[in-house]
Design a protein around this ligand. Structure first.
Ligand code: ATP
Ligand code: MG
Length: 461
Protein backbone atom coordinates (compact mmCIF):
# COMPACT_ATOMS: atom_id res chain seq x y z
CA UNK A 1 0.00 0.00 0.00
CA UNK A 2 1.23 3.37 -1.09
CA UNK A 3 2.03 5.58 1.88
CA UNK A 4 4.99 4.37 3.87
CA UNK A 5 5.95 7.47 5.82
CA UNK A 6 3.02 9.02 7.61
CA UNK A 7 2.12 12.65 7.53
CA UNK A 8 2.46 14.12 11.01
CA UNK A 9 0.06 16.92 11.79
CA UNK A 10 1.39 18.79 14.82
CA UNK A 11 -0.88 19.93 17.62
CA UNK A 12 -0.91 23.51 16.37
CA UNK A 13 -2.24 22.41 12.99
CA UNK A 14 -5.30 20.42 14.10
CA UNK A 15 -8.25 21.20 16.35
CA UNK A 16 -8.26 18.21 18.71
CA UNK A 17 -7.59 19.26 22.28
CA UNK A 18 -7.45 17.03 25.33
CA UNK A 19 -10.52 18.68 26.75
CA UNK A 20 -12.51 16.96 23.99
CA UNK A 21 -11.28 13.53 25.01
CA UNK A 22 -12.96 11.48 27.71
CA UNK A 23 -10.99 11.70 30.98
CA UNK A 24 -10.96 7.92 31.22
CA UNK A 25 -9.45 7.56 27.77
CA UNK A 26 -6.84 10.15 28.75
CA UNK A 27 -6.04 8.17 31.91
CA UNK A 28 -5.42 5.06 29.83
CA UNK A 29 -3.30 6.94 27.30
CA UNK A 30 -1.18 8.67 29.96
CA UNK A 31 -0.56 5.48 31.86
CA UNK A 32 0.60 3.69 28.73
CA UNK A 33 2.79 6.59 27.74
CA UNK A 34 4.30 6.85 31.22
CA UNK A 35 5.18 3.17 31.09
CA UNK A 36 7.06 3.72 27.85
CA UNK A 37 4.47 2.36 25.44
CA UNK A 38 3.12 3.94 22.28
CA UNK A 39 -0.49 4.98 22.83
CA UNK A 40 -2.84 6.45 20.25
CA UNK A 41 -6.52 7.24 20.01
CA UNK A 42 -7.81 5.75 16.80
CA UNK A 43 -10.79 5.23 14.53
CA UNK A 44 -14.22 6.76 14.88
CA UNK A 45 -13.33 9.00 17.82
CA UNK A 46 -10.52 10.84 16.00
CA UNK A 47 -12.66 11.16 12.87
CA UNK A 48 -15.64 12.47 14.84
CA UNK A 49 -13.58 14.97 16.83
CA UNK A 50 -12.16 16.36 13.60
CA UNK A 51 -15.69 16.68 12.24
CA UNK A 52 -16.79 18.48 15.38
CA UNK A 53 -19.02 15.60 16.45
CA UNK A 54 -19.20 13.94 19.81
CA UNK A 55 -17.61 10.47 19.58
CA UNK A 56 -19.69 7.46 20.63
CA UNK A 57 -16.70 5.94 22.34
CA UNK A 58 -12.91 6.18 22.52
CA UNK A 59 -10.67 3.44 21.20
CA UNK A 60 -6.97 3.16 21.96
CA UNK A 61 -4.19 1.28 20.15
CA UNK A 62 -0.81 0.54 21.63
CA UNK A 63 2.28 -1.60 21.30
CA UNK A 64 1.64 -3.08 24.75
CA UNK A 65 0.54 -6.70 24.45
CA UNK A 66 -2.71 -7.93 25.98
CA UNK A 67 -0.73 -9.57 28.78
CA UNK A 68 1.06 -6.31 29.56
CA UNK A 69 -2.24 -4.44 29.52
CA UNK A 70 -3.73 -6.92 31.94
CA UNK A 71 -0.85 -6.34 34.34
CA UNK A 72 -0.96 -2.58 33.92
CA UNK A 73 -4.66 -1.99 34.52
CA UNK A 74 -6.50 -3.48 37.46
CA UNK A 75 -9.86 -2.77 35.83
CA UNK A 76 -8.91 -4.66 32.67
CA UNK A 77 -10.59 -7.66 31.09
CA UNK A 78 -9.25 -9.43 28.05
CA UNK A 79 -11.92 -10.30 25.54
CA UNK A 80 -12.09 -11.80 22.06
CA UNK A 81 -11.09 -15.21 20.93
CA UNK A 82 -9.40 -14.44 17.65
CA UNK A 83 -7.57 -11.36 18.71
CA UNK A 84 -7.31 -10.45 22.37
CA UNK A 85 -8.51 -6.95 23.16
CA UNK A 86 -8.38 -5.24 26.51
CA UNK A 87 -11.53 -3.71 27.91
CA UNK A 88 -10.66 -1.19 30.58
CA UNK A 89 -13.73 -0.70 32.72
CA UNK A 90 -14.57 2.58 34.39
CA UNK A 91 -17.72 3.35 36.29
CA UNK A 92 -19.83 4.25 33.29
CA UNK A 93 -17.44 3.91 30.42
CA UNK A 94 -15.54 1.23 28.66
CA UNK A 95 -12.27 2.04 26.92
CA UNK A 96 -11.19 -0.55 24.40
CA UNK A 97 -7.46 -1.00 23.99
CA UNK A 98 -6.06 -3.07 21.15
CA UNK A 99 -2.51 -4.04 20.37
CA UNK A 100 -1.34 -2.95 16.89
CA UNK A 101 -2.32 -5.56 14.34
CA UNK A 102 -1.00 -6.42 10.95
CA UNK A 103 -3.12 -7.17 7.91
CA UNK A 104 -6.78 -7.89 8.39
CA UNK A 105 -8.39 -8.18 11.74
CA UNK A 106 -11.41 -10.14 12.74
CA UNK A 107 -14.03 -7.61 11.68
CA UNK A 108 -16.83 -10.09 11.79
CA UNK A 109 -14.78 -12.34 9.59
CA UNK A 110 -15.27 -15.22 11.95
CA UNK A 111 -18.93 -14.88 11.21
CA UNK A 112 -18.40 -14.58 7.50
CA UNK A 113 -18.40 -17.45 5.06
CA UNK A 114 -17.68 -17.46 1.37
CA UNK A 115 -20.63 -17.93 -0.96
CA UNK A 116 -22.54 -19.76 1.74
CA UNK A 117 -20.12 -22.68 1.92
CA UNK A 118 -18.79 -24.15 5.09
CA UNK A 119 -15.12 -23.42 5.57
CA UNK A 120 -12.65 -26.21 5.77
CA UNK A 121 -11.55 -26.93 9.34
CA UNK A 122 -7.86 -26.39 8.67
CA UNK A 123 -5.76 -24.61 6.10
CA UNK A 124 -4.61 -27.92 4.67
CA UNK A 125 -8.14 -28.93 3.94
CA UNK A 126 -8.67 -26.96 0.78
CA UNK A 127 -9.64 -23.46 -0.22
CA UNK A 128 -7.63 -21.11 2.03
CA UNK A 129 -4.10 -20.86 0.79
CA UNK A 130 -2.08 -18.75 3.25
CA UNK A 131 -0.45 -19.52 6.55
CA UNK A 132 -2.75 -20.58 9.38
CA UNK A 133 -2.39 -17.13 10.90
CA UNK A 134 -3.82 -15.36 7.91
CA UNK A 135 -6.46 -17.10 5.87
CA UNK A 136 -8.40 -16.03 2.85
CA UNK A 137 -11.18 -17.92 1.18
CA UNK A 138 -11.11 -18.61 -2.55
CA UNK A 139 -13.12 -15.43 -3.06
CA UNK A 140 -10.56 -13.37 -1.18
CA UNK A 141 -12.51 -12.90 2.04
CA UNK A 142 -10.38 -12.71 5.14
CA UNK A 143 -11.25 -15.57 7.40
CA UNK A 144 -8.81 -15.46 10.23
CA UNK A 145 -5.96 -13.40 11.43
CA UNK A 146 -4.13 -12.86 14.66
CA UNK A 147 -0.86 -11.19 13.84
CA UNK A 148 0.50 -8.32 15.91
CA UNK A 149 1.76 -5.47 13.78
CA UNK A 150 3.28 -2.02 13.79
CA UNK A 151 1.40 1.30 13.66
CA UNK A 152 1.59 1.50 9.88
CA UNK A 153 0.20 -1.99 9.40
CA UNK A 154 -2.49 -1.28 11.94
CA UNK A 155 -3.55 1.84 10.07
CA UNK A 156 -3.50 0.21 6.65
CA UNK A 157 -5.69 -2.74 7.59
CA UNK A 158 -8.51 -0.40 8.57
CA UNK A 159 -11.46 0.15 6.26
CA UNK A 160 -11.51 3.82 5.24
CA UNK A 161 -8.84 6.51 5.20
CA UNK A 162 -10.87 8.72 7.54
CA UNK A 163 -11.03 5.86 10.06
CA UNK A 164 -7.26 5.35 10.19
CA UNK A 165 -6.02 8.53 11.84
CA UNK A 166 -4.04 8.26 15.08
CA UNK A 167 -3.97 10.86 17.84
CA UNK A 168 -0.61 10.50 19.54
CA UNK A 169 -0.62 11.17 23.27
CA UNK A 170 3.17 11.59 23.27
CA UNK A 171 3.06 14.97 21.51
CA UNK A 172 -0.67 15.47 20.76
CA UNK A 173 -0.03 15.25 17.02
CA UNK A 174 -2.10 13.36 14.46
CA UNK A 175 -0.46 10.57 12.49
CA UNK A 176 -1.90 9.98 9.04
CA UNK A 177 -0.70 6.93 7.08
CA UNK A 178 -3.57 6.69 4.64
CA UNK A 179 -4.40 10.24 3.60
CA UNK A 180 -7.39 10.43 5.91
CA UNK A 181 -6.92 14.08 6.77
CA UNK A 182 -7.17 15.23 3.17
CA UNK A 183 -10.20 13.02 2.60
CA UNK A 184 -11.88 14.34 5.70
CA UNK A 185 -11.27 17.89 4.53
CA UNK A 186 -12.62 17.01 1.10
CA UNK A 187 -15.56 15.23 2.74
CA UNK A 188 -15.03 11.84 1.12
CA UNK A 189 -15.17 8.22 2.19
CA UNK A 190 -12.47 6.21 0.45
CA UNK A 191 -11.24 2.70 1.12
CA UNK A 192 -7.60 2.22 2.04
CA UNK A 193 -6.20 0.40 -0.96
CA UNK A 194 -8.15 -1.09 -3.86
CA UNK A 195 -11.84 -0.93 -3.01
CA UNK A 196 -12.58 -4.09 -4.99
CA UNK A 197 -10.10 -5.99 -2.82
CA UNK A 198 -11.19 -4.40 0.43
CA UNK A 199 -14.91 -5.02 -0.18
CA UNK A 200 -14.19 -8.57 -1.23
CA UNK A 201 -12.27 -9.18 1.99
CA UNK A 202 -15.22 -7.98 4.00
CA UNK A 203 -18.44 -7.12 2.17
CA UNK A 204 -19.87 -5.46 5.28
CA UNK A 205 -17.50 -2.57 4.60
CA UNK A 206 -19.90 -1.58 1.80
CA UNK A 207 -22.64 -1.07 4.39
CA UNK A 208 -20.19 0.82 6.58
CA UNK A 209 -19.41 3.13 3.65
CA UNK A 210 -23.10 3.86 3.27
CA UNK A 211 -23.46 4.42 7.01
CA UNK A 212 -20.58 6.87 7.25
CA UNK A 213 -21.72 8.70 4.12
CA UNK A 214 -25.23 9.09 5.51
CA UNK A 215 -24.33 9.74 9.14
CA UNK A 216 -21.43 12.09 8.56
CA UNK A 217 -22.67 13.76 5.38
CA UNK A 218 -19.64 12.56 3.39
CA UNK A 219 -19.53 11.59 -0.29
CA UNK A 220 -18.38 8.19 -1.36
CA UNK A 221 -15.30 8.70 -3.52
CA UNK A 222 -16.00 7.63 -7.17
CA UNK A 223 -13.77 4.55 -7.33
CA UNK A 224 -15.09 3.34 -3.99
CA UNK A 225 -18.65 3.99 -5.21
CA UNK A 226 -18.04 2.08 -8.45
CA UNK A 227 -16.71 -0.87 -6.49
CA UNK A 228 -19.85 -0.91 -4.34
CA UNK A 229 -22.04 -0.87 -7.45
CA UNK A 230 -20.06 -3.77 -8.81
CA UNK A 231 -19.89 -5.85 -5.64
CA UNK A 232 -23.28 -5.02 -4.10
CA UNK A 233 -24.71 -8.48 -4.91
CA UNK A 234 -21.95 -10.07 -2.81
CA UNK A 235 -23.21 -8.44 0.37
CA UNK A 236 -25.21 -11.59 1.08
CA UNK A 237 -21.92 -13.43 1.69
CA UNK A 238 -21.68 -11.83 5.12
CA UNK A 239 -23.44 -13.85 7.79
CA UNK A 240 -27.12 -13.15 8.48
CA UNK A 241 -26.70 -12.28 12.21
CA UNK A 242 -24.00 -9.73 11.40
CA UNK A 243 -26.11 -8.25 8.62
CA UNK A 244 -29.00 -7.84 11.04
CA UNK A 245 -26.72 -5.95 13.45
CA UNK A 246 -25.37 -3.75 10.68
CA UNK A 247 -28.87 -3.08 9.41
CA UNK A 248 -29.91 -1.73 12.80
CA UNK A 249 -26.83 0.50 12.94
CA UNK A 250 -27.56 1.79 9.47
CA UNK A 251 -31.23 2.50 9.82
CA UNK A 252 -31.65 3.24 13.50
CA UNK A 253 -29.00 5.79 14.32
CA UNK A 254 -30.58 9.00 13.10
CA UNK A 255 -30.02 8.99 9.34
CA UNK A 256 -32.07 5.94 8.40
CA UNK A 257 -33.92 7.51 5.50
CA UNK A 258 -30.73 8.73 3.87
CA UNK A 259 -29.10 5.36 4.43
CA UNK A 260 -32.10 3.60 2.92
CA UNK A 261 -31.95 5.78 -0.21
CA UNK A 262 -28.23 5.04 -0.51
CA UNK A 263 -28.83 1.32 -0.06
CA UNK A 264 -31.34 1.38 -2.90
CA UNK A 265 -29.11 3.51 -5.10
CA UNK A 266 -26.03 1.34 -4.62
CA UNK A 267 -27.93 -1.88 -5.25
CA UNK A 268 -27.22 -3.15 -1.73
CA UNK A 269 -30.86 -3.23 -0.70
CA UNK A 270 -32.11 -5.80 -3.22
CA UNK A 271 -29.72 -8.64 -2.28
CA UNK A 272 -30.42 -8.03 1.41
CA UNK A 273 -34.21 -8.00 1.08
CA UNK A 274 -34.99 -9.59 -2.30
CA UNK A 275 -38.74 -10.21 -1.86
CA UNK A 276 -39.43 -7.02 0.03
CA UNK A 277 -37.52 -5.09 -2.61
CA UNK A 278 -39.67 -6.57 -5.37
CA UNK A 279 -42.79 -5.68 -3.45
CA UNK A 280 -41.55 -2.12 -2.96
CA UNK A 281 -41.07 -1.83 -6.71
CA UNK A 282 -44.66 -2.79 -7.38
CA UNK A 283 -47.63 -0.62 -6.62
CA UNK A 284 -50.73 -1.53 -4.71
CA UNK A 285 -53.91 -0.05 -6.17
CA UNK A 286 -51.83 2.39 -8.17
CA UNK A 287 -50.02 3.75 -5.08
CA UNK A 288 -46.28 3.31 -4.78
CA UNK A 289 -45.08 2.04 -1.40
CA UNK A 290 -43.72 5.09 0.33
CA UNK A 291 -44.33 3.97 3.90
CA UNK A 292 -40.74 2.83 4.39
CA UNK A 293 -39.43 6.32 3.70
CA UNK A 294 -42.10 7.94 5.87
CA UNK A 295 -41.43 5.53 8.70
CA UNK A 296 -37.70 6.08 8.53
CA UNK A 297 -38.16 9.85 8.47
CA UNK A 298 -40.31 9.62 11.59
CA UNK A 299 -37.82 7.31 13.29
CA UNK A 300 -34.93 9.63 12.41
CA UNK A 301 -36.76 12.51 14.02
CA UNK A 302 -37.19 10.56 17.24
CA UNK A 303 -33.58 9.48 17.31
CA UNK A 304 -32.38 12.99 16.60
CA UNK A 305 -34.48 14.14 19.55
CA UNK A 306 -32.57 11.72 21.74
CA UNK A 307 -35.06 8.86 21.88
CA UNK A 308 -33.86 5.42 20.96
CA UNK A 309 -36.29 3.31 18.99
CA UNK A 310 -36.60 -0.35 19.85
CA UNK A 311 -35.73 -2.76 17.02
CA UNK A 312 -39.16 -4.50 17.01
CA UNK A 313 -40.92 -1.15 16.76
CA UNK A 314 -38.60 -0.13 13.95
CA UNK A 315 -39.24 -3.40 12.09
CA UNK A 316 -42.99 -3.14 12.57
CA UNK A 317 -42.96 0.39 11.18
CA UNK A 318 -40.81 -0.50 8.18
CA UNK A 319 -42.33 -3.87 7.31
CA UNK A 320 -45.85 -3.36 8.75
CA UNK A 321 -47.60 -2.58 5.50
CA UNK A 322 -45.91 -5.52 3.78
CA UNK A 323 -46.88 -7.84 6.63
CA UNK A 324 -50.46 -6.58 6.74
CA UNK A 325 -50.82 -7.18 3.02
CA UNK A 326 -49.52 -10.68 3.41
CA UNK A 327 -51.81 -11.34 6.42
CA UNK A 328 -54.76 -10.14 4.36
CA UNK A 329 -53.89 -12.69 1.69
CA UNK A 330 -53.84 -15.47 4.31
CA UNK A 331 -57.20 -14.28 5.65
CA UNK A 332 -58.65 -14.33 2.17
CA UNK A 333 -57.37 -17.88 1.94
CA UNK A 334 -59.53 -18.73 4.96
CA UNK A 335 -57.20 -18.30 7.94
CA UNK A 336 -58.64 -16.60 11.05
CA UNK A 337 -57.07 -13.15 11.71
CA UNK A 338 -54.62 -14.19 14.42
CA UNK A 339 -53.49 -17.21 12.45
CA UNK A 340 -53.16 -15.14 9.28
CA UNK A 341 -50.85 -12.70 11.05
CA UNK A 342 -48.79 -15.55 12.51
CA UNK A 343 -48.36 -17.01 9.06
CA UNK A 344 -47.44 -13.67 7.56
CA UNK A 345 -44.77 -13.04 10.22
CA UNK A 346 -43.41 -16.58 10.03
CA UNK A 347 -43.18 -16.29 6.23
CA UNK A 348 -41.40 -12.96 6.53
CA UNK A 349 -38.87 -14.22 9.08
CA UNK A 350 -38.20 -17.24 6.91
CA UNK A 351 -37.76 -15.14 3.81
CA UNK A 352 -35.26 -12.81 5.54
CA UNK A 353 -33.32 -15.54 7.37
CA UNK A 354 -30.86 -16.40 4.58
CA UNK A 355 -29.63 -12.79 4.47
CA UNK A 356 -30.73 -10.71 7.45
CA UNK A 357 -31.45 -12.89 10.44
CA UNK A 358 -34.06 -11.29 12.68
CA UNK A 359 -33.79 -13.00 16.06
CA UNK A 360 -36.93 -14.99 16.79
CA UNK A 361 -37.63 -13.09 19.99
CA UNK A 362 -37.71 -9.83 18.05
CA UNK A 363 -39.85 -11.39 15.31
CA UNK A 364 -42.39 -12.40 17.94
CA UNK A 365 -42.46 -8.88 19.32
CA UNK A 366 -43.18 -7.56 15.84
CA UNK A 367 -46.09 -9.97 15.60
CA UNK A 368 -47.40 -8.86 19.01
CA UNK A 369 -47.21 -5.20 18.04
CA UNK A 370 -49.30 -5.84 14.94
CA UNK A 371 -51.70 -8.19 16.74
CA UNK A 372 -52.29 -5.58 19.44
CA UNK A 373 -53.50 -3.04 16.91
CA UNK A 374 -56.76 -4.95 16.50
CA UNK A 375 -57.23 -4.83 20.24
CA UNK A 376 -56.61 -1.12 20.32
CA UNK A 377 -59.32 -0.53 17.80
CA UNK A 378 -61.86 -2.30 19.99
CA UNK A 379 -60.68 -0.72 23.19
CA UNK A 380 -62.32 2.71 23.51
CA UNK A 381 -65.27 2.39 25.84
CA UNK A 382 -64.06 -0.85 27.37
CA UNK A 383 -61.97 -1.43 30.47
CA UNK A 384 -58.38 -1.05 29.36
CA UNK A 385 -56.59 -2.01 32.61
CA UNK A 386 -55.82 -5.57 31.64
CA UNK A 387 -54.23 -4.38 28.40
CA UNK A 388 -52.23 -1.67 30.14
CA UNK A 389 -50.38 -4.13 32.33
CA UNK A 390 -49.20 -6.39 29.54
CA UNK A 391 -45.47 -6.36 28.82
CA UNK A 392 -45.95 -5.61 25.12
CA UNK A 393 -48.31 -2.71 25.77
CA UNK A 394 -45.87 0.25 25.64
CA UNK A 395 -44.37 -0.71 22.35
CA UNK A 396 -47.72 -1.55 20.76
CA UNK A 397 -49.06 1.81 21.85
CA UNK A 398 -45.96 3.53 20.47
CA UNK A 399 -46.71 1.91 17.12
CA UNK A 400 -50.31 3.10 17.24
CA UNK A 401 -49.17 6.59 18.09
CA UNK A 402 -46.48 6.82 15.43
CA UNK A 403 -48.80 5.56 12.73
CA UNK A 404 -51.39 8.10 13.79
CA UNK A 405 -48.76 10.83 13.68
CA UNK A 406 -47.67 9.67 10.25
CA UNK A 407 -51.25 10.17 9.07
CA UNK A 408 -51.89 6.48 8.57
CA UNK A 409 -55.06 6.18 10.58
CA UNK A 410 -55.79 5.27 14.16
CA UNK A 411 -55.60 8.88 15.31
CA UNK A 412 -58.99 8.71 17.05
CA UNK A 413 -57.96 5.63 18.94
CA UNK A 414 -54.66 7.23 19.87
CA UNK A 415 -56.46 10.37 21.08
CA UNK A 416 -58.68 8.20 23.23
CA UNK A 417 -55.65 6.64 24.91
CA UNK A 418 -53.97 9.95 25.26
CA UNK A 419 -57.05 11.40 26.99
CA UNK A 420 -57.60 8.30 29.10
CA UNK A 421 -54.03 8.40 30.36
CA UNK A 422 -54.24 12.06 31.30
CA UNK A 423 -57.57 11.66 33.08
CA UNK A 424 -56.24 8.72 35.05
CA UNK A 425 -52.74 10.13 35.62
CA UNK A 426 -51.13 7.21 33.84
CA UNK A 427 -47.67 7.75 32.40
CA UNK A 428 -47.78 6.59 28.82
CA UNK A 429 -44.53 5.35 27.34
CA UNK A 430 -42.51 7.67 25.15
CA UNK A 431 -42.90 7.49 21.40
CA UNK A 432 -39.74 5.42 21.07
CA UNK A 433 -40.92 3.00 23.75
CA UNK A 434 -37.64 1.37 24.37
CA UNK A 435 -35.52 -0.31 26.86
CA UNK A 436 -31.91 0.73 26.41
CA UNK A 437 -30.91 -2.88 26.11
CA UNK A 438 -32.74 -3.23 22.83
CA UNK A 439 -31.09 -0.28 21.15
CA UNK A 440 -28.79 -1.20 18.27
CA UNK A 441 -25.62 -2.71 19.51
CA UNK A 442 -22.37 -0.90 19.03
CA UNK A 443 -19.32 -2.72 17.82
CA UNK A 444 -18.21 -3.16 21.40
CA UNK A 445 -21.39 -4.71 22.56
CA UNK A 446 -21.42 -6.94 19.55
CA UNK A 447 -17.93 -8.10 20.31
CA UNK A 448 -18.80 -8.82 23.88
CA UNK A 449 -21.78 -10.86 22.87
CA UNK A 450 -20.13 -12.49 19.93
CA UNK A 451 -21.75 -15.71 18.96
CA UNK A 452 -19.95 -18.96 18.70
CA UNK A 453 -18.33 -19.27 15.30
CA UNK A 454 -20.43 -21.24 12.88
CA UNK A 455 -17.51 -22.66 10.98
CA UNK A 456 -14.50 -24.73 11.72
CA UNK A 457 -12.00 -22.05 10.73
CA UNK A 458 -12.41 -19.70 13.65
CA UNK A 459 -10.77 -19.13 16.99
CA UNK A 460 -7.19 -20.17 16.71
CA UNK A 461 -6.48 -19.23 20.32
P1 ATP B 1 -18.85 4.39 14.97
O1 ATP B 1 -18.91 5.84 15.25
O2 ATP B 1 -20.04 3.88 14.26
O3 ATP B 1 -18.47 3.55 16.16
P2 ATP B 1 -16.26 3.63 14.06
O4 ATP B 1 -15.44 4.10 12.91
O5 ATP B 1 -15.71 3.87 15.43
O6 ATP B 1 -17.68 4.25 13.90
P3 ATP B 1 -16.29 0.87 14.77
O7 ATP B 1 -17.14 -0.21 14.23
O8 ATP B 1 -16.44 1.27 16.19
O9 ATP B 1 -16.51 2.11 13.82
O10 ATP B 1 -14.79 0.45 14.48
C1 ATP B 1 -13.67 1.14 14.99
C2 ATP B 1 -12.58 1.23 13.95
O11 ATP B 1 -12.16 -0.09 13.59
C3 ATP B 1 -12.99 1.88 12.64
O12 ATP B 1 -12.88 3.28 12.71
C4 ATP B 1 -12.02 1.27 11.66
O13 ATP B 1 -10.76 1.89 11.75
C5 ATP B 1 -11.89 -0.15 12.18
N1 ATP B 1 -12.88 -1.05 11.57
C6 ATP B 1 -14.12 -1.38 12.04
N2 ATP B 1 -14.72 -2.26 11.24
C7 ATP B 1 -13.87 -2.52 10.23
C8 ATP B 1 -13.92 -3.36 9.08
N3 ATP B 1 -14.99 -4.11 8.79
N4 ATP B 1 -12.83 -3.39 8.26
C9 ATP B 1 -11.71 -2.64 8.55
N5 ATP B 1 -11.63 -1.82 9.59
C10 ATP B 1 -12.68 -1.74 10.44
MG1 MG C 1 -16.62 3.15 17.28
Amino acid sequence: METVKPTIIPRAAHPISRSMVSPNALRVLYKLRDQGFIAYLVGGCVRDLLLGREPKDFDVVTDATPGQLKRLFRNCRLVGRRFRLAHIHFQDELIEVATFRALEADYGAEETVGGGETLPPSPDAGAPSRSPRHLKSDEGMVLRDNVFGNPREDAMRRDFTVNALFYNIADFSLIDYAGGMADLQAGVIRTIGDPLVRFTEDPVRMLRAVRFAAMLGLDVEPETWQAILELAPTISRATPPRLFDEMLKLLLLGEGEKSYQLLRKTGLFAPLFPRFNEWLDTETDGFPHTRVSHALDRIDLLVQQGESVAPPLFLALVFGEYLEESATAFRQGGAPPQEALNQAVAGWLGELAPTVLVPNRIGMQVRDILASQQRFLKMPGKRPQSFLGRPGFPIALAYLRLRAEMGEGGSEVWSWWDRYSRENAIDLPSAGAVGKESAPSTGKRRRRRRRKPRTGAAAPQ
